[in-house]
Structure formats: structure tokens, C-alpha cells
Design a protein around this ligand. Sequence first.
Ligand code: CO
Length: 341
Amino acid sequence: MTLRIDMHSHFFPPIGQDEAAALDVQQAPWLRIDADGQRGMIMTGKRTFRPVYRALWDPVARLEELDALGVDVQLMCATPVMFGYQYGAAAAHEWAMRMNDRALELCANARGRLMVLAQVPLQDIELACREATRAFRAGHRGVQIGNHVGPRDLDDEHLVTFLTHCANEGIPVLVHPWDMMTDGRMRKWMLPWLVAMPAETQLSMLSLILSGAFERIPRSLQLCFAHGGGSFAFLLGRVQNAWEQRDIVRENCPNPPASYVDRFYVDSAVFDAVALRLLVDTMGENRVMLGSDYPFPLGEQKIGELVASRAELSVTAKEKILGGNAQRFFGLPDVAGVRTA
Ligand code: CO
């Protein structure tokens, strides 16, 4: 059996309203679990945010599902509503440490099959670097960051400093879109998830490319963007043409945009065979990793099925995308056979 490592999934620790109130009574996220223990609701203060089910917070229930799905190892990261970037730095730092410690507890008895990515108080770069290093040494396999902090994108000097820190410390980074446009014309039909999220990711990638930030960030940085890189692969030709035709596009970017695809990875969560083919053609089979967005309805429900079912992908390409690339990205040499151990 081909090793399957799902590198994009989410958790939410079973924290109650009182614990969340230590961060903020009005808006802090917490988990309301139904009496039967099977389903629940992520709350923000007194408001409902998202209905969820047991696998989100219970590692035993999660592993049962992963067994049924044939997934060997899963990387879990915070549900973005947990980030806390809007709070004061000290409070957000305290919160991040608390969430990161809870995350390690969730995978303590998972026999190496559940691993976690840390969250950091990205609004304060010194504290973010400190927590990234602390969590990585405590057992987290990398960090997940939101794709922006308020108006600051990834080319912001502070965020470049953070990415450089991660490169120097060997800490892999997953960039996840969050805090999308949600008002006005975006109010309907989950449009923030369908339109704004892919655009947010595209914005982050172009921020790094067109600003020249990739020229300053060490090549050793292990960087991955969620959701197949959002709009990036489909629109790379448009960006490339703009760079060739307009000096204001290439002003800070010395090399053609397409030449930077060897600086990052993307996950495979695109839900469509033609989109996956474009993604693998654009990124190369070494730079796409299985990522499901489990356990949410907008994730791939049969984790890995899209990749595994594609006749045009070679056996070698499938092995890389389903597990080998993530093994290399996260430095996980010893996970083969972990499911049956
Ligand atoms: Co996600």
C-alpha cells in the first residue's frame, strides 16, 4: 500500500466558554459539544460559528476514520478562527502557547499517526519566532500561519523576518488563507470560501514573488500553500504576461514569476481531475502534497481518492504526492508501517 500522509487537516481542542473567556469574553472561540458527544458547534463568544463533529476534537474518533480511509499519518493544524491575530500580542502569545500545548495532548496517544503544526502570535514577530521555536522543539512538526495580518501581506518586513527565522531553524511553514472579505457582495452562498479564499492565497504568493521577497528569504525555507495554491496555477500565465509587458509588475521582481515555483509547495485540495492535472503540470510532481482540509464539509471526503484515481499520474508521481513529498517536506523518515504497527 502506498503511504498516505494528509498534511492539511484541522483540529479544535475541547475548550469551554470559561477557558476562552480568558482571552476575550465577546469573541474568543470555544467548543460547545452536544450532550451525546458526537456533534458540536464552534462558538465565538455567544455566536455560532460552524457546526462540527467529534473527529475535530477527539483523536480516537479521528483515527477510526483515518483507518477506514486508509490514511497513515495526518498533520493537524489550528482551525483559523483560533489564530487570535486581532488581540494584543501578550494575550495572543499566551493563547497560542495554550492551543499548541493542547494540540500536543491530542496526538500524545496516537502512536505517531497524528502530528501537529503550531500557531504563533503573528502580530508580534519576536513572540511569533519565539513560540515557533518553542513549539517545534516541544514536538510540533512545523507552523501554520494565516496568509496575512490585517493589512500586512507576506512581503511585509516583519513577516519576511518570521519566514527567514523558520528557514534558519528548519521549521516547515503552511500558509492558510483566513480573514477573507465577508461583507457586501460576499455575504451569500459561502462566497468568502469559494471566491475570496483562493484569491487570498494568490495574493500571498504574488506578494512574495513580485516584491522580490523570495530573493531575501533563504532557499532552505520549506513553504506550502493550502488549497492547491488557490488561484495561482490557473492565473500564472496571466501574471507571467503582465511581468513581461509592464515594468510596474517586474519593478521589484528580477526573475519571471514562473521561475519561483521551485520555492514552495501546494496541497492537492482542488477536487477536480483537470485542476489537479494543471496543478501537477505547473508545480511539478515533487511539489504537490496530499491535503484534505478534513474534517470539514469543504474538504476532500475520501482523502486521497482524487490523486489515487488519476490514470495520467505515474505510480511514482502518486507515491510522491500521496506521501513521499510530505515525508521529505516535514522530515518524517520513519512513518512507513505506522498504521499497522
Ligand atoms: Co484548511
